[in-house]
Design a protein around this ligand. Structure first.
Ligand code: CA
Length: 230
């Protein structure tokens, strides 16, 4: 399947221009008009690269970038930043793990496409999903397989995503709201019971190892880190 590029830009004309040119180059394109929507859509649709305008209403591009870099699942996501002023790049270069590339407005759409293609080529090895091992649990996002002590677990796609997310952060507590946002991609927090239902099913499939997923009263869920692990 073609790579998916998320375009986060509040100016409709630029958004349409970028979308048109990326689609013509064979990419799949998703768009968002502000930072909040952009962030939600990134977690929901897991794009391969992001075109991010810096000046956005509400949460601006810099804040968004920091949030992406703080999150293990989007840490390596290639981001090309659009900025109106070259001076803004100094700010971007000022912090670690910022944008992967920049373009100053006005830019040539052809240039943008070339930069995105280059970013995706460079990031390819990092994007090969690696298997996650937590004690006797092994989760392989590439093969979409999970096993415990070598015994495969028969999981639905959602159960698999949930287990993979928990396994990426062993020992860390996640609220139901966070899980809905990052595993389900929901932008509302009404139906937190959905999370409980899936956790229950996941535990049932883990059988005697169901204590691997711990309920933290009042907070949420965590995958128990094996003894001796950080
Ligand atoms: Ca803007």
């Amino acid at each position: 399947m073609a790579d998916l590029v998320m375009v986060i830009e509040d100016e409709k004309e630029i958004r349409d221009l970028v979308r048109y040119n990326l689609e013509r180059a064979g990419f799949r394109v998703a768009v968002a008009a502000d930072g909040e929507e952009g962030l939600q859509r990134i977690f929901a649709s897991r794009p391969d690269a992001v075109v991010l305008d810096l000046m956005l209403p509400g949460r601006n591009g810099l804040e968004l970038l920091r949030e992406l870099r703080d999150e293990p699942t989007t840490l390596d996501l290639p981001v090309l930043v659009l900025t109106a002023r070259a001076a803004e790049m100094d700010k971007l270069l000022g912090f670690e793990r910022g944008a992967d590339d920049y373009l100053t407005k006005p830019f040539s759409p052809r240039e943008l496409v070339a930069r995105i293609q280059a970013l995706l080529r460079r990031s390819r090895p990092a994007r090969e999903p690696r298997a996650i091992e937590v004690g006797d649990l092994r989760v392989d996002p590439g093969a979409h397989e999970a096993s415990f002590r070598g015994r495969p677990l028969a999981l639905t796609p959602r159960e698999f995503s949930l287990l993979a997310f928990l396994a990426r952060h062993p020992g860390r507590v996640h609220s139901r709201e966070e899980l809905l946002r990052k595993v389900w991609g929901y932008d509302y927090v009404g139906e937190t019971r959905t999370v409980d239902v899936h956790i229950r099913r996941l535990r049932a499939k883990l059988g005697e190892r169901q204590r691997l997923i711990e309920t933290v009263t009042g907070s949420g869920y965590k995958l128990v880190a094996p003894a001796g692990a950080a």
